[in-house]
Design a protein around this ligand. Structure first.
Ligand code: NDP
Length: 245
């Protein structure tokens, strides 16, 4: 199956590290003009060294006004959007603080809504449709120890994905999510570096391993591409079968 994003502009949030960075680089390899959004300038500097054609935007997506300002130019004429940036702060349910709750929902849900509004308004005005992929998690559908707030944000994100699919579909804007199992990025290492925890999780995954970054990137590319042109509103597990059993 051949995929090309030549002639398309793609915007990826959280493109400084992990899954977002690999997605931005893959999109550029497949011909897209890529706008990479993250909040750490050093990550953008190193990304540009790797791929000089990428257009960098440094902003904290938790800041509504700054995001509006930063995306005023680069957020226009976007055909493909990947809402990938998120934070994972692990606390037991009884210890969750209002600060943790607000911070997590602000990045993992509210910023996704905001960036999607900015981009899809442009998509609607241009009348050429588009494709949006939200990076959710297996934790939207299955309870994980110490993940109360993170699970809740990803559950909310799945419903946001479905309502966006419903309301943006008539403009030929498709909205889907990928829902990965653990990936050993910086975020993954926070929760799953302990070998006992890791093996307890892999033992529940029929394929017997965590996902690689490329496993997630390939599913994102498929959902962005015309190869999935009738797929809208799905939450696609990339979990080796974890959610199936
Ligand atoms: P990483 O922590 O490796 O990378 C996250 C990226 O998002 C970083 O570049 C980070 O920048 C950026 N980011 C975070 N908050 C903001 C913000 N407020 N404004 C701008 N940029 C921000 O995470 P992963 O690659 O592992 O995760 C990517 C996505 O995949 C997330 O949505 C996550 O929930 C999801 N996921 C991850 C899993 C895993 O096990 N890793 C499993 C399932 C889903 P900075 O470093 O500067 O904060």
């Amino acid at each position: 199956m051949e995929i090309s994003f030549a002639g398309k502009r793609a915007l990826v949030t959280g493109a400084g590290k992990g899954i977002g960075r690999a997605t931005a680089l893959a999109l550029a390899r497949y011909g897209a003009e890529v706008v990479a959004v993250t909040r750490t300038q050093a990550d953008l500097d190193s990304l540009l060294l790797e791929c000089p054609s990428i257009r960098p935007v440094c902003v904290d997506l938790g800041d509504w006004g700054a995001t509006e300002e930063a995306l005023r130019g680069p957020g226009g004429n976007v055909d493909l959007l990947v809402n990938n940036a998120a934070c994972a702060i692990l606390q037991s349910f009884l210890e969750v603080t209002p600060k943790q709750f607000d911070l997590s929902f602000n990045i993992n849900v509210k910023a996704v809504l905001h960036v999607s509004q900015i981009v899809s308004r442009g998509m609607k005005a241009r009348g050429r449709g588009g494709s949006i992929v939200n990076v959710s998690s297996q934790s939207s559908k299955c309870a994980l120890q110490d993940h109360a707030v993170y699970c809740a944000t990803k559950g909310a994100l799945d419903m946001l994905t479905k309502v966006m699919a419903l309301e943006l579909g008539p403009y030929q804007i498709r909205v889907n999510s990928v829902n990965p199992t653990v990936v050993m990025t910086e975020m993954g290492k926070l929760g799953w570096s302990d070998p006992d925890k890791a093996s307890a999780m892999t033992s529940r995954i029929p394929l017997g391993r965590f996902a690689e970054v490329e496993d997630v990137v390939n599913s994102i590319l498929f959902l962005l591409s015309d190869k999935s042109s009738m797929t809208n509103g799905v939450t696609l597990p990339v979990d080796g079968g974890f959610l199936a059993c």
